[in-house]
Ligand binder design. Structure first.
Ligand SMILES: O=C(O)Cc1cc(O)ccc1O
Ligand SMILES: [Fe+2]
Length: 438
């Protein structure tokens, strides 16, 4: 896989030209009467035209043909387990844990990234542009001669197995396990894979992801803006007789034929862009005195709601770090939360669960569903010598935390056959240690 070039920064206004076409970007205006190289100008808006400047995002694309040149969309039935029907199953407040989701063998069932989208849970209403969905992707073949775009929201993609080679309208990027990428609403992309691949997707309908405010932390720390990478302009110069555009629109998939690739953008400028981020670059802040900090200290990206400080969804990681707190039970505390907590594991093991939560699997602790360390973890951490210790070495767990109450799909409960009915047992061995002198 070749090394692609990137522009660095978060939320900036970028300009990029494919190096084969110098001066392809119009100078000092967006819509010249004739664009350089005979290109068409097309604006891609990611916010209302009238959104405040701080939230206003759009990109100007200079391409061989406008996106409007395609045959009519028809229903596409390739992704059987993509869902936005939150009423498929009765509500279930239990702690849930899934064993690693199986990636089908290529000679048994070939699946592209789009065909391999399996929805686990979600909430809200796509048409009202409020809510989210959590999908698992399982794929083993590349999307050749086709591209996908999501009309419904942004995708935050978390690869767990296999490297994704993603071509977007704005250029190309590779995203490996322990890296993530965001493809905002409407941006067309195709995913190529060399090996069986699996990962998690957080889809948000409300708005775009942004960096969390840092408050008293100051001007630096957590995910630093300079570590985000956006592709440089690249166009595919192949002549296509048949190219397929797949659209997710109001939760359903559609396909349209056209005789040209969507990856024909020669130059672009703007602030509505896909980007990737290497999770090992996260600057970790934590307690250096006592007590366990809330996991919001590990927020990489957030999709805010209109309620201050309350996210549609936060993307939180649990990276390798030093643990130094004194006279403290160091693992996560027992808790009940008014938010929903969906967790996945990219690498290694998670500190609060010694067993059972495996890489490529997941857990869901729904609103007010009690959870915390398993019995083994409690005993170990209650009696451990509290010396400075590296924790989570070689590990990366993450959480999608949402203020919405999530419903699990039929695929998540039944079809995937990975729901672990024994999960509740991990707390059953916890003893009542209460002592009172009477
Ligand atoms: O439940 C979990 O494992 C996630 C989590 C971690 C933590 O350190 C504190 C609270 C929390 O919900
Ligand atoms: Fe939790």
């Amino acid at each position: 896989m070749s090394q692609y070039k990137y522009l660095t920064g978060f939320g900036g206004h970028f300009s990029s030209e494919d190096e084969r076409c110098p001066n392809s970007l119009p100078v000092a205006q967006n819509s010249p009467q004739q664009c350089p190289y005979g290109l068409y100008a097309e604006q891609l808006s990611g916010s209302a035209f009238t959104a405040p400047r701080s939230e206003n995002v759009r990109t100007w694309l200079y391409r061989k043909l406008p996106s409007a040149v395609h045959k009519p969309f028809q229903p596409f039935s390739g992704a059987k387990y993509l869902s936005n029907n939150w009423g498929e199953q009765p509500p279930n407040p239990n702690q849930m844990r899934w064993k690693p989701f199986d990636i089908p063998a290529r000679d048994q069932k070939s699946l592209t990234f789009v065909e391999g989208l399996h929805t686990v849970c979600g909430a809200g209403d796509i048409r009202a542009r409020h809510g989210l969905a959590i999908h698992i992707y399982l794929c083993n073949v590349s999307m050749d001669d086709s591209a996908f775009y999501n009309s419904d929201g942004d995708f935050l993609i978390v690869p767990q197995e296999g490297i994704l080679d993603i071509t977007t309208e704005l250029g190309r990027m590779t995203v490996a396990p322990n890296e993530i990428c965001v493809i905002p609403q409407g941006i067309r992309f195709a995913v190529r894979v060399k090996s069986p691949s699996r990962g998690y997707i957080l889809e948000v309908f409300d708005g775009h992801f942004c960096l969390p405010d840092l408050g008293p932390i100051g001007a630096n720390g957590l995910a630093n803006p300079r570590d985000f990478e956006t592709p440089v302009a690249w166009f595919d110069n192949t002549d296509f007789k048949e190219f397929r555009v797949i659209s997710k629109y109001q939760g359903s998939l559609f396909e349209a034929e056209q005789e040209h690739t969507v990856f024909d953008v020669v130059a672009w400028h703007g602030n509505y862009v896909p980007y990737k981020y290497d999770l090992s670059k996260f600057m970790v802040i934590n307690s250096v005195s006592f007590d366990h900090c809330d996991p919001s200290i590990f927020t990489v990206l957030t999709c805010p709601s209109l309620r201050p400080g309350t996210a549609i969804a936060d993307f939180v990681i649990f990276p390798p770090r030093w643990s130094v707190q004194e006279h403290t039970f160091r693992p996560p505390y027992y808790h009940r939360n008014c938010m929903s907590e969906f967790m996945g594991l990219i690498l290694g093991r998670y500190e609060a669960k010694e067993e059972g939560f495996a890489a490529g699997g997941a857990t869901l602790h729904s609103m007010m569903t009690p959870h915390g360390p398993d019995a083994k973890c409690f005993d170990g951490a209650s009696n451990a010598e509290l010396k400075p210790e590296r924790i989570a070495e070689g590990t990366q767990a993450f959480m999608f935390e949402s203020s919405l109450s999530l419903a699990v799909t039929k695929w998540g409960v039944e079809t995937c056959q990975k729901l672990d009915a024994q999960y509740y047992e991990c707390w059953q061995a916890l003893k009542n240690n209460f002592k009172i002198d009477n």
